[in-house]
Ligand binder design. Structure first.
Ligand code: SAM
Length: 281
C-alpha cells in the first residue's frame, strides 16, 4: 500500500463495501486531505463538530482527535453498522442516520456555543445543503467543506468575474470565504471526474449588508442573473413593476440602467433592492 494511504481502503475491503454512485460516494484515501481539512477548520477541544456524510469515518476519526464532540449524519444504510462498529465506542461520537437536508440542526446544536460544520460533501446535493445551512441561520461559527472546484469558484467569485452569480452573493451575504486547498481526483476512491476544493466559510456576526426586505433582495439577485446576456432592467421585468417605477428605483440607487447583473457589488444589490422596495410600497 502507498505510504500516503490511510485506512479507508482497508475498511472498504474489510466490510466488502460497495459504493453507491448516486449518493456521491468518493472516499478520501490521501491522508494529507483530512489533516488539512481539520487544520483549515481550526477544530479545537471547545468545539462541537457536525459532519455530513462520514463515509467509513476517515475524516471523522481525525475530527474526534481534535474536537470535544462529533455528530455525524449519514444517509446510506450500509454505512451505519460500519460506523457503529468502528467509532461507536467513542463517548464523544454520535451518529445520525438521516438525510442532511431533513435534519433539524437547531436541535442538534442546542445550547452549544462553539459549533463548526466540517464535511466532504456529496457533490450531488452541495448547493441545497449550503443554502439550507446558511438560510436557516443555524448557529455555526464556520463551515469547512470540500466541494467541486467549479462550485467553490462560484462561491468565492467577485463582481465582473464569469463565476460571479446568485450563489456568490448568497454565501457572501452570510460569510467571509477562504479557499483552504485544492484536491486532485487521485486523492479519492473511486476517483471523481472533477477536481475539488476545500473552502472555509466564516459566518459573519450579521449579514454583510442591511436590507429592507431580504426576500426581495434575493429575488432581485436571482432575476438579475437569470438572463445573463441581458441588462439588469430586462432581467428585473419579472418583478412585475411598471417600467417607470423600475427606472425610478435605478435612478434613486444611482445605478445605470444599462448595467448587467454581474457588475453589481453586494452593496449595490442591497441599495437597488431597497429602492425597488420603496417604489413598490
Ligand atoms: N467523509 C467521507 C470521506 O471523506 O471519505 C465520505 C465523503 S463522500 C464524498 C459523501 C458521503 O455523504 C457518503 O458517505 C454518502 O453516503 C453521504 N451522503 C450522501 N447523501 C447524503 C445526504 N443527503 N445526507 C447525509 N449524507 C449523505
Amino acid at each position: 500500500m502507498d505510504m500516503k494511504d490511510i485506512q479507508t481502503q482497508e475498511l472498504v475491503k474489510k466490510y466488502n463495501f460497495k459504493f453507491t454512485k448516486s449518493l456521491g460516494q468518493n472516499f478520501l484515501t490521501d491522508e494529507s486531505v483530512p489533516h488539512d481539512i481539520v487544520n483549515g477548520a481550526e477544530v479545537n477541544k471547545d468545539d462541537l463538530v457536525i459532519e455530513i456524510g462520514p463515509g467509513v469515518g476517515t475524516l471523522t476519526t481525525q475530527l474526534l482527535n481534535r474536537a470535544k464532540r462529533v455528530i455525524a449524519i449519514e444517509l446510506d444504510d450500509k454505512l451505519i453498522p460500519i460506523l457503529q462498529e468502528e467509532l461507536g465506542d467513542n463517548p464523544n461520537f454520535q451518529l445520525i442516520h438521516n438525510d442532511a437536508l431533513k435534519v433539524d440542526f437547531k436541535q442538534l446544536i442546542g445550547e452549544e456555543k462553539h459549533v463548526k460544520l466540517v464535511a466532504n460533501l456529496p457533490y450531488y446535493v452541495t448547493t441545497p445543503i449550503i443554502v439550507k445551512l446558511l438560510k436557516e441561520r443555524y448557529n455555526f461559527e464556520s463551515l469547512t467543506i470540500m466541494i467541486q472546484k467549479e462550485v467553490a469558484e462560484r462561491i468565492d467569485a467577485e463582481p465582473n468575474c464569469k463565476d460571479y452569480g446568485s450563489l456568490s452573493l448568497l454565501v457572501q451575504y452570510y460569510c467571509d470565504t477562504k479557499i483552504v486547498r485544492k484536491v486532485a481526483p487521485s486523492c479519492f476512491i473511486p476517483r471523481p471526474k472533477v477536481e475539488s476544493i476545500v473552502i472555509r466559510l466564516d459566518k459573519l456576526a450579521s449579514p454583510r449588508v442591511e436590507v429592507k426586505d431580504e426576500k426581495l433582495f434575493f429575488e432581485v439577485i436571482r432575476s438579475s442573473f437569470n438572463m445573463r446576456r441581458k441588462t439588469l432592467m430586462n432581467g428585473l421585468k419579472v418583478l412585475g413593476l411598471p417600467k417607470e417605477k423600475l427606472e425610478e428605483a435605478f435612478n434613486n440607487a444611482g445605478i445605470d440602467l444599462r448595467r448587467r447583473g454581474e457588475t453589481l457589488s453586494i452593496e449595490e444589490f442591497a441599495n437597488l433592492s431597497d429602492q425597488i422596495y420603496e417604489v413598490k410600497n
